[in-house]
Design a protein. Structure first.
Length: 287
């Protein structure tokens, strides 16, 4: 039976008052074996080809990372920003065959948990913040960020950092959430704001796909594509999450209840067209 921990208590306190490192607080609380993780080591919603459900979950989580990594330049210096528990790093290494892979994460405990995956990928762990990349100007050939930028203190500051560290012709690939419009009804407000509070987000991360594309261009990036794909990500994940929650027994009741509430609220936001998911590709133009 999983138990309540201090990390859970810190997370609950942060729902009321956002702390100084909100993402690290959230991921320390979810731990290395989060009960809605699609497969051990993965913390994304997956890119699905079917309707959702347990059998495809590990494949979908891997497919999301692989689909993004396939667009990275081969053989260069690649920075994986917000690498989670590291399961994606062997996938990125296999696809992009980087000369050097840096796995950057603000949650130090995740880098420790993921050290086997990082060793398998030949990746170097770096504790750091996406909005202050500890890298020289123009040194990177590719930046990949799988479902992490919604957590960053500022998405626009991250895009500026990506532009700074990429060499001309270097590539950014990412996946992220978008908010396609403002909530209007009380139920929509509750759904949007409880997600913002639970995940420790700043309300200004809620931007739509066009705004995100404009932010990428404003940071100096070109050939920008922001492709909506919530039907292949969020909707099947919700099917999977409901199935998983129906059979979970070894998780405290309040945690199961909170997870069910979140699934219901995301389903509402999807039905009302307010929540989507995007795949991002952009290039730093030649000088
Ligand atoms: C939803 S998880 C995704 C993890 C992983 N990419 C995956 O697909 O399994 C978000 C990740 O972003 C990291 N993160 C959040 N804020 C960050 C920041 N400011 N700088 C670097 N990493 C950050 C978290 O620690 C976590 O590992």
């Amino acid at each position: 039976m999983r138990r309540w921990t201090r990390a859970h208590a810190r997370h609950l306190a942060q729902v009321l008052r956002r702390g100084r490192s909100p993402a690290a607080t959230v991921y320390e609380s979810l731990g290395a074996d989060f009960f809605l993780s699609p497969a051990p080591g993965w913390l994304n919603l997956g890119l699905w080809s079917g309707p959702g459900g347990e059998p495809e979950a590990p494949v979908a989580a891997r497919r999301l990372a692989d689909t993004l990594a396939a667009r990275l330049p081969r053989g260069g210096l690649v920075v994986d920003v917000g690498n989670g528990l590291g399961a994606q790093d062997p996938v990125i290494a296999e696809r992009a065959r980087p000369r050097l892979l840096l796995a950057l994460n603000v949650t130090e405990s995740q880098l420790r948990v993921g050290r086997r995956c990082l060793a398998e990928a030949g990746a170097l762990p770096v504790v750091g913040d996406a909005t202050r990349l500890p890298l020289a100007d123009g040194c990177a050939d590719g930046v990949i960020s799988v479902e992490a930028a919604f957590h960053f203190p500022s998405r626009t500051a991250f895009f500026r950092e990506v532009h700074r560290v990429l060499r001309p012709g270097g590539v950014l690939v990412a996946s992220d959430f978008t908010a396609q419009g403002r909530p209007h009804t009380p139920a929509e407000w509750v759904a949007a704001m409880s997600s913002v509070r639970f995940w420790g987000l700043r309300p200004d991360v809620l931007v739509d796909d066009d705004t995100m594309a404009a932010q990428l261009r404003a940071a100096g990036l070109a050939d920008v594509t922001v492709t909506r794909c919530g039907q292949r990500v969020v909707d099947p994940f919700l099917v999977f999450a409901r199935q998983r929650l129906a059979v979970l027994r070894d998780v405290p009741r309040l945690q199961r209840w909170a997870a069910r509430a979140m699934v219901g609220q995301w389903a509402l936001l999807r039905r009302r067209g307010l929540m989507d998911y995007v795949l991002v590709h952009a290039v730093k133009p030649a000088d």
